[in-house]
Structure formats: structure tokens, C-alpha cells
Design a protein around this ligand. Structure first.
Ligand code: HEM
Length: 136
């Protein structure tokens, strides 16, 4: 029962994690394929309409990712104990949340925090894949 709940929270965390990454995917495609968007103005409208809420909600979806991940960790720990690939993923996502909060709300000068935020995102994707592969 607890493990089923843990899996539900784990799945919810993955969905929210993917939604946080959509922020980057939508902005990156818009920035890098200007000709495609010029040729397809109707799709460009849809793309922009999608991009706005994803960018606006990013911070809260990121915090939601970590909150659901926390519930997953507590339940999975009670049932199965410590999991190293899960712990690595958790440390990365938790750090990611704090780096994001720092960038969003402390408003530091420069873009170092954003570079760290992007690199940690890539590391977290890899860690999550490894966690998914290694854990039943
Ligand atoms: C835990 C999951 C998170 C992931 C995977 C994630 C991922 C990313 C990525 C890949 C970018 C780069 C976008 C770009 O290069 O344009 C980004 C940007 C950003 N993130 Fe996060 N992020 C997370 C959580 C957060 C949180 C919790 C906050 C703040 C409370 C935050 C604030 C920001 C801000 C301010 C930007 C730059 C502006 C923007 O694109 O909205 N992020 N995030």
C-alpha cells in the first residue's frame, strides 16, 4: 500500500519535472528555429501561447516537483530503506530548487546561477534515468 503511494508520488514528481523542462524546450525551439516559426505563423501563435504559462509557472512547478519527490522519498524509505541512485537524484533536484529560488528571488548580477541551473538540470535527468533503470 505504502509502496503504491510512493510510486504515485514518484510518477507525479517525474511529470512535474518534465513540465519544468518544457520551459527550456519551448524557449529553445522558439529561439533557434525562427524561420520555421515565420513559415508557420499559426503554429507560432500556439507555441507562444503555450510558452507563456510554462515560463510563468516554472518556479511553482519546480517547487511542486521537489514537494512530490519528498513525499515519494519518505514513503519509499519506510518501505524499502535507503536507495543510492534515488539519493543522488534527490540531492540534485533539491539543489536545483535552491539555485532556482536564488536566481529568481535574490536576483544576482550575471548569469552564473542560470548556467549552474542548466547543468544541474542535465545531471538530474541522467540521475533520474539511472534511478529508474536500477530501481524496481
Ligand atoms: C526542480 C526542478 C527545476 C528544473 C528541472 C529547472 C530547470 C530549468 C531550466 C532547464 C532552465 C533554463 C531555461 C533557459 O535556459 O532559458 C530554468 C530556468 C529558470 N528557472 Fe528553473 N528549474 C527547476 C526549478 C526552479 C525553481 C524552484 C525556481 C525558482 C523558484 C526556478 C527558477 C528559474 C528561473 C528564474 C529561470 C530563468 C528564467 C525562466 O526561464 O523562467 N527553477 N530552470
Amino acid at each position: 500500500m505504502l509502496m503504491t503511494l510512493a510510486k504515485i508520488f514518484g510518477a507525479a514528481a517525474i511529470v512535474l519535472f518534465v513540465l519544468t523542462l518544457m520551459n527550456f524546450a519551448l524557449k529553445w525551439t522558439y529561439r533557434n528555429y525562427p524561420n520555421y516559426f515565420k513559415k508557420h505563423p499559426k503554429y507560432a501563435k500556439v507555441h507562444l501561447a503555450l510558452m507563456k504559462p510554462f515560463v510563468k509557472m516554472h518556479k511553482w512547478v519546480g517547487i511542486g516537483t521537489v514537494a512530490t519527490m519528498d513525499a515519494h522519498i519518505v514513503l519509499a524509505f519506510i518501505e524499502r530503506g535507503f536507495n543510492i541512485s534515488g539519493a543522488v537524484t534527490a540531492v540534485l533536484l533539491l539543489s536545483q530548487m535552491f539555485v532556482g529560488m536564488y536566481g529568481a528571488w535574490a536576483k544576482p548580477k550575471g548569469k552564473t546561477w542560470l548556467i549552474i541551473h542548466r547543468v544541474v538540470a542535465i545531471c538530474a535527468v541522467v540521475a533520474l534515468l539511472v534511478h529508474g533503470i536500477l530501481t524496481d
